[in-house]
Design a protein. Structure first.
Length: 162
């Protein structure tokens, strides 16, 4: 295990970032992550725990604010543990991990307006884990009329790996 991965994993544990799946997980015929030219693309993550979707439905109708926030934390935790798994399995010497971009999609009722507030939970955790320099990122928060498996949240991320 590389020094960066050891630090990354320790940071996740110290920050209380739960690991919800024992290995990277996808629900269809795609990879949970893809690495190309020092960029790690993490596929959209749903609030999946042990291979099962924890929450289903629309935010503001079927899902309350607390469960919406929990969904975000599960998604971002799955993203961060996918980064950790990549670091653990790469042969490349890694000195730096930075979050470049975060995209959050929210299955909401038509008049919902707190998309960016929900995504703030994910942004804050990334900054806590990576620090203010490596954790700051661009992002997109958008409302959708539906998401795969009727999930309330899907989050994808892009990381620079140097």
């Amino acid at each position: 295990m590389s020094i960066v991965n050891s630090f990354f994993q320790e940071n996740l544990i110290n920050k209380g970032v739960d690991r919800y799946n024992s290995k990277p997980f996808s629900i269809a015929n795609y990879s949970p992550y893809n690495y190309f030219n020092n960029v790690l693309y993490i596929s959209g993550q749903l609030p999946i725990i042990n291979g099962k979707l924890k929450y289903c439905g629309k935010i503001g109708k079927d899902i309350n604010e607390n469960d919406s926030e929990d969904s975000v934390f599960i998604c971002i935790s799955n993203i961060l543990w996918n980064v950790c798994d990549f670091l653990e399995n790469t042969d490349q010497k890694v000195d730096n991990v930075s979050c470049v971009n975060l995209r959050g999609y929210f299955n909401t009722v038509d008049n919902y307006q707190e998309h960016s507030k929900l995504l703030d939970k994910a942004s804050t955790l990334i900054v806590e884990v990576l620090g203010s320099k490596n954790g700051k990122h661009s992002r997109l928060a958008i409302g959708c009329s539906s998401l795969p498996k009727n999930s309330p949240v899907e989050i994808e991320a892009i990381f620079s790996i140097l």
